[in-house]
Design a binder for this molecule. Structure first.
Ligand code: NDP
Length: 448
């Protein structure tokens, strides 16, 4: 970056922080995109005159509301929920709902902002949004989950619709919660529409949606390796998380002949020195998805390391699939020391800003989530298409489309992120390719 570009970036970020105080996650997500696109932005006077960067970093609207619900013992509880409708420049708002105690406006703005460019990269007509609540699903009974979801939808239904805003799942929101939300939407609206994605197969869901983010991440990683004439066969992979993304990522890695060394949850990580086996995978899926249990309870092999993250385990590829900022500078140093060549993000912004800089300096290929985890929203987009056409595609058909979309996203990143030495800067490539399309739309729309 030239000194003039760095000066513009500094002044832009100063203004953004002033307008959005105490929102560190949002600042981090914007800084990463702004750094990548600033040189291009400054070369396009029309974009600057149209204030595209300033407009793109201001959400279209944020809806904030109270969710009141009743516990099994009859006590009344109230949580806060939001829907951040960030940009519908490229299509109806689209992005998941997260239930986790760490959810606040900053976290949802960062996620909604990232979602704009992720959705742009897929090539499908989808805008960017995110929502959720600071509600903690841990320890809640099924009936409590139902009451909470029904109450949340009682407000949210006014703000969504299949041509307006189409939420999906995220941390703490799986197929059970989507079903509760969808049921309440049908009751309130008295009309069927594909207003949520990640629905059950019996009522409008798409084949492969459950697997899509994890599988898509592995397809993207295979593209990165393919560009270097390598494959996943025999590669040692450290995976974090044991939720939707991590589980199906691990499944596809095993299928491709890679060795999955770790899985984790908020209590620590499980280490499988000889690689996770298919039977162990099934048992962990059952433990996490069906019994909502803890990895510490897993009794079928693997060494459990309490309160530790998996990044000290020597690996060729690191695949962070749990949550934001779960891989920091010390972890990145450790990975480089251990010879890791690729960091491929399954989660959204799992790598801290300084760790991302360090990885780039040390020539570690780093695929940001907006490119590598876009498989989930892509199949959500395909679910919307199937709902609109009132038909459902076979699993093979959806998987074929998913693979093609991930290959196309890789090609877009490669085209915009090509380095003089022939390598690919995936962070720059994904940000620039995603941003340019939205910027062009905003400029074309005039002063909106
Ligand atoms: P899940 O709720 O299914 O799983 C989340 C996993 O991450 C769990 O193992 C959880 O552990 C762990 N985790 C969550 N928060 C923390 C934390 N603060 N510290 C340590 N571990 C933590 O979520 P998903 O798999 O759906 O989502 C994971 C990531 O992927 C998120 O960043 C999400 O935004 C992103 N993503 C998800 C998509 C999807 O389709 N689901 C699509 C694109 C991105 P525990 O069980 O102990 O809570």
């Amino acid at each position: 970056m030239t000194p003039a570009e760095a000066k513009e970036l500094k002044s832009f970020m100063k203004g953004l922080k002033h307008r959005n105080p105490h929102q560190s996650e949002f600042h981090q997500a914007v800084a990463e995109v702004a750094e990548s696109v600033m040189p291009w932005y400054l070369q396009h006077e029309g974009m600057r005159r149209a204030q595209v960067l300033e407009r793109i970093t201001e959400p279209d609207r944020i809806v904030s509301f109270r969710v009141t619900w009743e516990t099994d013992s009859g006590e009344i509880r109230a949580n806060r929920a939001w829907r951040v409708q960030f940009s519908n420049a490229l299509g109806p708002y689209k992005g998941g709902l997260r239930f986790h105690p760490t959810v606040n406006e900053s976290v949802l703005k960062f996620l909604g902002f990232e979602q704009i460019f992720k959705n742009s990269l897929t090539g499908l007509p989808m805008g960017g949004a995110k929502g959720g609540s600071n509600f903690n699903p841990k320890g809640k009974s099924e009936r409590e989950m139902m009451r909470f979801c029904h109450s949340l939808m009682t407000e949210l239904h006014r703000h969504i619709g299949e041509d307006v805003d189409v939420p999906a799942g995220d941390i703490g929101v799986g197929s059970r919660e989507i079903s509760f939300l969808f049921g309440q939407y049908l009751r309130l609206e008295n009309r069927w529409g594909g207003v949520l994605t990640g629905k059950g197969l019996a009522f409008g869901g798409s084949a492969v949606r459950t697997e899509a983010t994890g599988w898509g991440c592995v397809y993207f990683c295979a593209e990165m390796l393919g560009h270097r004439d390598e494959s996943l066969e025999g590669k040692r992979v450290a995976v974090s998380g044991s939720g939707n993304v991590a589980l199906y990522g691990a499944q596809k890695l095993m299928e491709k002949g890679a060795k999955v060394l770790t899985l984790s949850d908020s209590g620590g990580f499980l280490h499988f020195p000889d690689g996770l086996g298919p039977e162990q995978w099934k048992a962990i899926r059952e433990l996490k998805e069906e019994r909502h249990g803890r990895l510490a309870e897993f009794g079928e092999g693997g060494e459990f390391h309490e309160d530790k993250r998996p990044w000290a385990v020597p690996c060729d590829i690191a695949m962070p699939c749990a949550t934001q900022n779960e891989l920091d500078l010390d972890d990145a140093r450790q990975l480089v020391e251990n010879g890791t060549k690729i960091v491929c993000e399954g989660a959204n912004m799992p790598v801290t800003h300084d760790a991302a800089h360090f990885l780039r300096e040390r020539d570690v290929l780093h695929a940001p989530g907006k490119a590598s985890n876009a498989g989930g929203v892509s199949v959500s987009g395909l679910e919307q298409s199937q709902n609109a056409m009132r038909l459902s595609w076979e699993p093979d058909e959806v998987d074929r489309r998913l693979r093609r979309i991930m290959a196309e996203i890789h090609a877009r990143c490669a085209a915009d992120g090509e380095r003089p030495d022939g390598g690919i800067d995936y962070v720059k490539g994904s940000n620039l390719a995603g941003f340019r399309k939205v910027a062009e739309a905003l400029r074309a729309y005039g002063a909106v």
